[in-house]
Design a protein around this ligand. Structure first.
Ligand code: ASP
Length: 343
């Protein structure tokens, strides 16, 4: 018969072991970065954004709280934002120059470094779900266009008409962007002048990409990003969001990142992976690493945007070089914190 003392000792050991094995879980999300200020977003709209950001954060948090995976948490949070017209992902995605919608998304598992991505899909209601299927059910990392949709059909996913993604406000943005492009084309005497001016235009018309990063109780990190890309994009343009390393990254040994901003710069500066490389090899905090990347050479070259980052201890950094970034986070035992404008 074990003595009372032995039973007490065993239960103390079990308690300390389980608290040792349980990580501090946390989640952070974003809904895009850009010229977001109280003068550009109405008070009513602010309330809608805040409520949706909180809903997505709390849904992801609930999954983590009951011991679910960080992959499920980021997937669920992104689905909620994709299904909202407020954001440039899923329903509410921006228009291409030709008046269509072409969606990009990617997801990464920090435990295995497995990843899945889709680019330029036109009929997938929740592109992040297809990106996850590419990760788990295909031998590839990135599928694009009609091939990705053929794979979706094979996996039993329903396709939606491209018009499902339509919204009036994004249509109006397209008309304004096209008007500016026409003016730029006639005012720019050389291709390089047009290119320089176009960067400014892109800065104005990107916004609303969504993403999430999370750490679960098992100590696993995950990241996910989904977008409609940039208004008036042409020629099958693909941004950073589906590019693993640029727009999305997760590695249990360092951190998980989801980015939003001017995709061309985020690809060229390999933003998400670069932040985690600084954490991994230079032992920098996520705060320092993300500041160096977001305000460093990329910004000096003209790149604008932001990132949400979480490390394997549950620290969170929300860093952006734009006027504002739709963002929210929630750490274990705390309430959700939601913000839009500069602190
Ligand atoms: N990064 C996205 C892209 O370039 C746009 C955004 O984040 O707003 O497609």
């Amino acid at each position: 018969m074990p003595s009372k003392f032995n039973i007490l000792l065993i239960s103390c050991l079990l308690t300390s072991f389980s608290s040792f094995a349980t990580q501090h879980f946390a989640i952070a999300i974003h809904g895009g970065a850009g010229t977001i200020s109280p003068s550009t977003v109405s008070a009513d709209k602010i309330k809608l954004y805040e409520a949706k950001l909180k809903q997505a954060t709390d849904a992801g948090y609930a999954i983590l709280e009951r011991g679910g995976s960080s992959l499920d948490a980021v997937n669920t949070a992104v689905n909620i934002l994709e299904n909202s017209e407020l954001f440039n992902a899923g329903k509410g995605a921006v228009y291409t120059f030709d008046g269509m919608h072409e969606l990009d998304a990617s997801i990464m598992d920090g435990r295995t470094r497995e990843a899945g991505a889709v680019a330029s899909v036109k009929h997938i209601k929740n592109p992040i779900n297809l990106a996850r299927l590419v990760m788990t059910d295909s031998v590839h990392v990135m599928l694009s266009g009609s091939g990705a949709e053929e794979f979706a059909l094979q996996k039993g996913m329903e396709l939606v008409p491209n018009r499902y993604f339509d919204t009036i406000s994004r249509y109006q943005s397209l008309q304004k962007a096209k008007e500016k492009i026409r003016k730029l084309e006639s005012a720019s005497s050389t291709a390089s002048a047009f290119r320089a001016n176009y960067v400014e235009l892109d800065n104005e018309y990107k916004m609303g990409t969504v993403g999430a990063v999370a750490l679960d109780k098992q100590g696993n990190l995950a990241a996910a990003t989904s977008t409609g890309g940039m208004t008036a994009k042409r020629y099958g343009r693909i941004g950073d969001s589906p590019v693993i390393g640029a727009g999305t990254w997760a590695d249990n040994e360092s951190c998980a990142v989801s980015a939003t901003g001017h995709g061309e710069f985020f690809i060229r500066y390999n933003v998400a992976a670069d932040i985690c490389a600084k954490v991994k090899y230079q032992k920098k905090s996520i705060e320092k690493a993300s500041n160096e990347v977001i305000f460093g050479p990329m910004h000096k070259a003209g790149g604008t945007g932001g990132v949400i980052v979480i490390d394997n201890k549950g620290n969170i950094a929300l860093t952006y070089n734009t006027v504002g970034m739709y963002r929210a986070s929630r750490k274990q035992g705390e309430d959700a914190k939601v913000a839009i404008f500069a602190d």
